[in-house]
Design a protein. Structure first.
Lengths: 386, 379, 402
């Protein structure tokens, strides 16, 4: 047997691997350095600042729907924008899930008219660009509402115009803090009662009626606290006084346009996903459920749908992310979410590369947050997320 | 060579061909069917324009062969895209004037349509050579935004337009209403300053065609912009919506809006070229030269006219042609005037009393008529 | 065996089987009747003048009108290309069937025509709407010429089935079309309208494909630096909306490159779109790569094939075949996303709607309710057709059933 021959370094796979990595690192490093060099040089030669100090400069203009003065810092304006994006997400995501699941299920229904209408809805909206839908929702729907100078006041409880929608809200009176503490106490009592009734059933065998007991105690305790503290929460009705609406909760018309358009659009994708995943549940499952004499509704909600949702979860996460990214389309109709604020900042003289980097960072954080939240949930459900 | 190798070279050649086809300044001479070997088969120019030997922007433009002009696309009278694909407007005419001065050909322009937010970064990043897009001259733009403003072509002011039946007569009446404004403009900033103590809701839009439906539907009660733009909108307001008399432009002018061409900081030769193109059309009007009578000045005694039009001037050592040393061919001003006319012609053709905008000269008249247009002498 | 179904029992079974169903049916039916009547009223009273006058703006933007013959020639070239490609595919299918000893029957004549209409009816509707809006006979003639060329080249390439023709169909004719549209002083920057939309989609996918493939392979690489770089690029780009990348491209690209370079507006947008698509294509290809079993790689290495040869000869062909439906999905998605370039100032078909509404004749009359549905029809026809074709392709390739 020959002696061990040392392979020369230029054929040695180990050495070559390290060499390749070094070369790759060098190339990437040089490219990044060149980019950085170009950017700082070019910005400097044009007299544009290259740091992030612009964040403390005054923003210069007012933002619809907020109380910030034009002199407030750019960073506050951006935070306001982020808050608006968040407002779009927090209401839109649950809505689109509900609508998407409903339409996806409806498409598989036995009712011919319902399934055809759901199919038409999905095939229509899925194939349209979301920007078009946002502009259309704004111009063809929201702008059809009564003009801002003469809003409609249906039932005396709402004030509706194409600028804003005012709905009744809760107003905190005196003793509000005491009331919220007592509500917390009532919730604790309710949980305690739930646990006690479950234990009671386990030891005695008699029905627990735990729902009745818990909700009962919560309502009784809550009502008692409410009366005892002298009506700490009242309903505030929006009332038109001249041009101002006092009371109630306000939502901008453009907010509803963006949310409506994007919810309808994303829901059509979710409906497709839900339909596909329901069809992917093995047929044996529903056959077995029928054999156990479960009604159609029970079969669907206890056997098929839970399994379908597990399959559907990863693509649905993707659609949530798409929804959040699509909220940037609100710049077309003037809703002040973070992309519009960034555009305004650039247009009013703030340095473009830094503003855009911050904007991209915001969206990355949103995306990561949503992915993380859903990953945690799915790990709890012990799913294999792709 | 194996067939596979031949095929890969063919693909490579085709890719290079594609790259060479994207240079729009030169005409490619290779034929599309030449799926041949050799990677060097096609021209190897890239899609970018590399800087020529001269340092300045003027030299770069001259070697490129066309002028990149940042313009507006949807403002009637100033920068507008017609249904047949041509462009017309006050600012468009100045783009053509600069092209006529540099190349002798007013059509050697590549129009780059820009929104209000993009216009300064497009200038800063070199995407356009000159920005002629109803842009207001401010200190910040001169300073922090790396721009140099040139001779003002249009003196305007900011105004507010409301519905006549709303009964508003002064700006304070608009308290607690919504006001529509374009994003990224001085209009936005001026509105915020003027309304500092008046509560209002600003609705900012990217472009006028997204803003207009909101105003028409009554989402905002006021539309603020340069008065010339508002006049244009008002005059074109259709009868089905109430016609021009249903709109009122409030009397108060809340800021000065001097509009003019803009170039990048740091290239004074190019800045002077654009500046003097503007001056030339004003001087032409002062001297009474129009695009129609320009041919009849061959025998004039007026030295300034002779200098402007590049006509030979008799001197001690024979006839000379005046060259101001701007880097342009002598007689460039007569190319400009032949192409677009003098200032008065440009004004009347695009925004004058006989156009849908129907604006009077007002402060945009010559200084000798009581206006603000005053050009330095051409000597 | 089919049973003749009479209307009565069918309606009872499908529409009114349970009380809940009956309520749903009644509500939906009334809603539908209302919607349809509103639509008919709207269409009857609508004034399509704005579309008629501005049709060229919607189709080609501000392309010089005296050069429109170039668009005609380009359309004809693309028709030939499409015809050849479909003819070659058909011939290849017939050959495969013959080799397998199976028959290859295709309907002809009226049945074939009906099949084509059923398959492509959204596109046909859009073309008919556009032709109805034209004012001269020329566009109709061009359309008929294009259709004739398409069928002729399809018939011809079925007979002359050779492998080289595949290259000619897919590469040469589209290149010819591109060359026609961008020679003698014209370039990308002169294109607009629907032409620009289609160009940005096709060019975006084309340029992003090599980059996406490199990223997908890099993500699986054993070299940590490459993997780290690929992963961060993909996750970064997928986490941000396209509008921010377009902003970056339009505003900031000029700063990242040497200032003398001065890329044009369309180039910057195309760079942004390419960078965006590459990340998504990388994910699609990665899915395809994962679907190729490890057994394939093991068998290849047992045969002594190097890493690179395995990738090129064994893994990639199978992987790419598996990604075709998802690729088409990505293509459709990019097609719809190109509407965003209107926000950064390019004159695509959505921007054309804005220009048309800004004209003095059509100003402030709320005609967006006519132009926007027209643009929507264009996108819907394209996307719906492509997604149906992707479904057919998926079924015919038998993906997921092997």
């Amino acid at each position: 047997m020959p002696d061990r021959v040392r392979t020369p370094w230029w054929r040695n796979v180990q050495v070559l691997r390290w060499l390749a990595q070094l070369v790759a690192m060098a190339v990437v490093g040089v490219a990044l350095w060149l980019l950085w060099f170009n950017v700082t040089n070019n910005l400097a030669s044009r007299g544009i600042r290259t740091d992030f100090g612009f964040l403390d400069q005054p923003f210069g203009v007012r933002i619809a729907g907020s109380d910030l003065s034009p002199g407030s810092a750019v960073r506050l304006a951006l935070l306001n924008g982020i808050r608006n994006t968040f407002a779009l997400a927090i209401v839109g995501l649950p809505l689109l899930t509900l609508l998407g699941v409903a339409v996806g299920v409806g498409r598989l229904s036995g009712n011919w008219l319902l399934s055809k209408i759901c199919t038409a809805y999905v095939e229509l909206l899925r194939n349209l660009p979301p920007l078009l839908l946002v502009i259309f929702a704004f111009q063809a729907v929201i702008l059809r509402l009564p003009p801002a100078r003469s809003p409609a006041t249906p039932f005396g409880w709402f004030v509706i115009s194409n600028l804003e929608l005012h709905v009744p809200s809760l107003r905190a009176g005196e003793n509000y803090r005491a009331f919220s503490i007592s509500l917390l106490g009532a919730v604790v009592l309710a949980f305690a009662l739930w646990w006690w009734r479950t234990r009671a059933q386990q030891s005695t065998g008699r029905p627990h009626h735990r729902w009745l007991w818990s909700i009962g105690i919560f309502l009784t305790a809550g009502a008692a606290a409410y009366l005892a503290l002298g009506r700490p929460i009242t309903i505030s009705r929006p009332v038109l006084v001249g041009r101002v609406v006092e009371g109630g909760y306000r939502g901008l018309g453009s907010y509803f346009a963006v949310m409506g358009a994007l919810v309808l659009y994303t829901a059509s994708h979710v409906a497709e996903i839900v339909r596909g995943s329901i069809l992917a549940v093995p047929k044996g499952q529903s056959e077995a459920a029928t054999a156990l004499a479960l009604s159609a509704f029970q079969r669907f909600s206890f056997v098929v749908l839970p399994q379908a949702m597990r399959i559907a979860l990863p693509p649905i996460i993707n659609q949530y992310l798409n929804y959040v990214k699509n909220t940037s389309l609100a710049i077309a109709i003037g809703f002040a979410e973070v992309t519009l604020i960034a555009f305004q900042a650039i247009g009013n003289g703030q340095p473009a590369p830094q503003v855009i980097l911050i904007l991209m960072g915001c969206y990355l954080i949103f995306s990561l947050a949503i992915s993380l939240a859903v990953n945690l949930y799915s790990r709890r459900m012990r799913l294999a997320v792709q | 060579m194996s067939r596979a190798r031949v095929r890969s070279f063919a693909v490579l050649g085709v890719m290079v061909l594609l790259a060479s086809c994207t240079d729009d300044a030169t005409v490619t001479t290779t034929s599309p069917g030449a799926v041949t070997t050799a990677a060097g088969g096609g021209a190897t120019t890239t899609a970018a324009d590399t800087a020529p030997s001269g340092d300045g922007l003027l030299a770069a433009i001259q070697s490129r062969g066309n002028l990149r002009c940042g313009v507006n696309e949807a403002v009637p009278g100033f920068g507008f895209l017609n249904p047949d694909g041509t462009r017309s407007g006050f600012d468009i005419d100045f783009c053509r004037a600069v092209a006529a001065a540099v190349f002798g050909d007013p059509e050697a322009v590549e129009y780059v349509p820009l929104t209000a937010q993009q216009r300064f970064t497009a200038l800063q990043s070199g995407e356009i050579d000159v920005l002629i897009r109803n842009t207001t001259w401010t200190a910040t733009r001169d300073g922090g935004e790396g721009a140099t403003f040139l001779h003002t072509t249009f003196y305007d002011g900011q105004g507010m337009m409301v519905r006549t039946d709303s009964g508003f007569t002064k700006l304070e009446d608009l308290a607690n209403t919504a006001i529509c404004v374009l994003s990224g403009t001085t209009t936005e900033l001026n509105l915020a300053t003027r309304f500092a103590d008046i509560p209002y809701t600003p609705l900012t839009f990217e472009t006028n065609d997204l803003l207009r439906p909101a105003f028409v539907a009554g989402q905002c009660d006021g539309w603020t912009s340069d008065k010339s733009q508002l006049a244009g909108v008002r005059s074109a307001f259709p009868e089905t919506e109430g016609g021009p008399q249903s709109l009122t432009i409030l009397a108060e002018t809340f800021s000065k809006e001097p509009l003019g061409p803009v170039v990048i900081d740091g290239d004074s030769q190019w800045a002077q070229v654009v500046d003097w193109v503007v001056n030339a059309v004003v001087i032409a009007e002062e001297l009474g030269i129009t695009s129609s009578n320009i041919g009849g000045f061959a025998d004039t005694e007026n030295a300034e006219i002779r200098r402007l039009l590049g006509l030979p001037i008799e001197g001690d050592s024979g006839p000379t042609i005046f060259d101001a040393g701007l880097g342009l061919e002598p007689g460039w001003a007569s190319n400009v005037i032949k192409a677009v006319g003098n200032y008065g012609e440009i004004f009347d053709r695009n925004v004058g009393p006989d156009t849908p905008l129907g604006l009077q000269r007002g402060v945009n008249a010559l200084w000798s008529d009581g206006g603000l247009l005053y050009a330095p002498p051409f000597r | 065996m089919t049973v003749a179904v009479t209307p009565g029992p069918w309606v009872r079974k499908h529409l009114f089987s349970t009380p809940f169903n009956s309520v749903v049916t009644t509500v939906l039916a009334t809603g539908l009747v209302y919607l349809v009547s509103a639509l008919v009223q709207f269409l009857a009273g609508a004034d399509f003048e704005i579309l008629r006058v501005n049709l060229a703006l919607f189709m080609v933007g501000s392309f010089p009108r005296n050069q429109l013959w170039r668009v005609v020639v380009a359309v004809l070239c693309l028709a030939v290309s499409a015809g050849m490609a479909s003819g070659l595919l058909l011939a290849a299918a017939r050959q495969r069937a013959n080799t397998a000893g199976l028959g290859f029957e295709r309907p002809s004549g009226m049945t074939a025509l009906v099949n084509v209409v059923r398959r492509f009816w959204p596109l046909l509707v859009f073309i008919i709407v556009c032709l109805a809006l034209t004012t001269t006979i020329a566009p109709t003639l061009v359309t008929m010429a294009a259709l004739a060329l398409l069928s002729a080249s399809r018939l011809l390439s079925q007979r002359l089935h050779r492998r080289q023709f595949g290259w000619i169909a897919v590469v040469v004719w589209p290149l010819a079309a591109y060359y026609i549209l961008s020679s003698s002083g014209l370039g990308w920057d002169d294109w607009g309208g629907l032409m620009l939309t289609i160009f940005l989609t096709v060019a975006g996918i084309l340029f992003a494909f090599p980059l996406g493939m490199a990223l997908a392979i890099g993500r699986r690489s054993s070299l940590p630096v490459l993997r780290w770089f690929s992963v961060s690029y993909i996750e970064l780009i997928r986490g941000v909306p396209l509008i921010t990348l377009l902003l970056m491209g339009v505003f900031a690209l000029g700063f990242f490159l040497p200032l003398e370079l001065r890329p044009s507006h369309v180039t910057r947008v195309l760079v942004a779109i390419t960078a965006f698509e590459a990340a998504y294509i990388a994910e699609v290809i990665r899915g395809g790569l994962r679907s190729v079993g490890i057994g394939q790689t093991e068998a290849a290495s047992s045969l002594g094939l190097s890493n690179w040869k395995t990738m090129r000869l064994i893994v990639l062909p199978q992987a790419l075949r598996a990604t075709i439906p998802a690729m088409v999905g990505q293509f459709i998605s990019l097609f719809k996303d190109t509407t965003l370039v209107a926000v950064v100032g390019l004159g695509d078909i959505l921007a054309a709607s804005a220009f048309a509404n800004a004209q003095p004749d059509f100003n402030a009359r709320g005609l967006a309710r006519i132009t926007l549905p027209f643009v929507a029809l264009a996108f819907w026809a394209g996307s719906y057709t492509m997604s149906r074709e992707a479904g057919r392709l998926e079924r015919s390739l038998g993906i997921g059933e092997r």
